[in-house]
Design a protein around this ligand. Structure first.
Ligand code: COI
Length: 355
């Protein structure tokens, strides 16, 4: 091992990079050669290290496996059009959100340098993994979990913080058909819906499986109390263009504060587009669909990027959403975001970290 700053680096002796067809990247199937690992105990994060990607050895009593004290993040690195630079999109915002999620489930704060220094070093070491193919990127998966080997329900005293990377293509393939859910809930107000923690995703699996069996890729969740208001899709936030206004459910304790959501709202406001973050009822959306004032509906997220919705199913009826063309908001926004992510334009917001 050698010591660069405070991060110990142990390089992998082999690489699996040449075994992978970068033109056929599924989302999340592959990993790069290295991972970043930090331990937490006795009140501090320590032993920052980059090591060859490898399995972990943990106790069967590991608290995270039993009580779900675990959080994750996801952000992307893009290959700049000059073919050289690696551009990380808003990693600092992901660091902030990770700490908010950690706070909600009693996990210890991760200092900025512990997060940022590690991901920058990892991006440098595995930089050849950042795809050059159009639409592909290197997805960073930071996560932390409770390591106490102790099955009383309480906050753990030991944690791991790990980051690994996966070269990825599109998250959704084909047309995105969603079903508005009226029976199951992802999260209630006051629950853990705004934290990026595994339990929210576990809650989505059964209803998603049922929706998929009926031909819908995603659930559009509604509020837990009345099933009247739209929340998010679970793998992304959701936005509508109704009468040329960008409308999206306002954040709450049951909705994830999406980084792509925030980026789109920021750019849209700069463009002079009217943006409304408020409660969005299912009735409003269905009425707008029927009166043809709903122009667009799309999911937004790091993995989803901007994914136009094709069909919204509600109460057994499939409603067709108008599909975007060259002058649609979502088409222009996707280009604006990509121009920043791939370094084609000056980044006016300070979102890019260049490696
Ligand atoms: C992301 O967009 O990074 C997500 O976390 C979605 C994930 C469920 C793949």
């Amino acid at each position: 091992m050698m010591d660069t700053a405070q991060i110990l680096i142990e390089k992998s002796k082999t690489s699996s990079r040449n075994d992978i067809d970068f033109n056929q990247l599924d989302f999340g199937k592959y990993h790069t050669d290295h991972m970043y690992v930090v331990d937490y105990n006795q009140g501090e994060w320590h032993d920052m290290r980059i090591v060859p990607y490898q399995n972990l050895s943990i106790s069967p009593a590991t608290a995270a496996l039993h009580y779900g004290q675990t959080v994750f993040e996801g952000f992307k690195a893009h290959r700049a059009k000059n073919g050289k630079d690696v551009l990380l999109f808003r990693p600092e915002r992901h660091w902030e959100r990770m700490n908010k999620s950690m706070e909600r489930i009693c996990m210890p704060y991760i200092p900025k340098d512990v997060f940022m220094d590690g991901i920058i070093e990892l991006a440098k070491i595995d930089r050849d993994w950042v795809p050059t193919q159009e639409g592909a990127s290197l997805y960073f998966r930071p996560f932390a979990f409770a390591m106490d080997a102790f099955i009383r329900v309480k906050p753990s005293e030991n944690y791991y913080f790990i980051v690994f990377c996966s070269p990825v293509g599109a998250y959704f393939s084909g047309q995105l058909n969603v079903k508005i859910e009226k029976e199951y809930v992802r999260s209630a107000e006051g629950g853990i819906g705004s934290a990026k923690t595994g339990g929210n995703y576990a809650a989505s699996l059964l209803p998603a499986k049922m929706a998929q069996a009926a031909g819908y890729q995603q659930i559009m969740w509604t509020d837990a109390k009345e099933h009247k208001y739209i929340e998010e899709t679970g793998a992304s936030n959701v936005m509508f263009i109704i009468d040329n206004v960008l409308i999206t459910p306002k954040l709450s304790t049951s909705i994830l504060d999406g980084v792509t959501r925030d980026s789109i709202i920021t750019i849209a406001r700069d463009w002079g587009v009217k943006v409304e973050e408020r409660r969005v009822s299912v009735d409003e959306v269905i009425t707008a669909l029927k009166s043809k004032t709903l122009n667009e509906a799309f999911g937004t997220g790091t993995a989803a990027v901007i994914s136009p919705i094709n069909i919204i199913n509600y109460d057994g009826i499939d409603y067709q959403i108008p599909q975007p063309n060259a002058s649609s908001f979502s088409t222009k926004m996707l280009k604006a975001l990509n121009d920043i992510k791939y370094g084609l334009v000056e980044d006016p917001y300070g979102w890019i970290v260049k490696v």
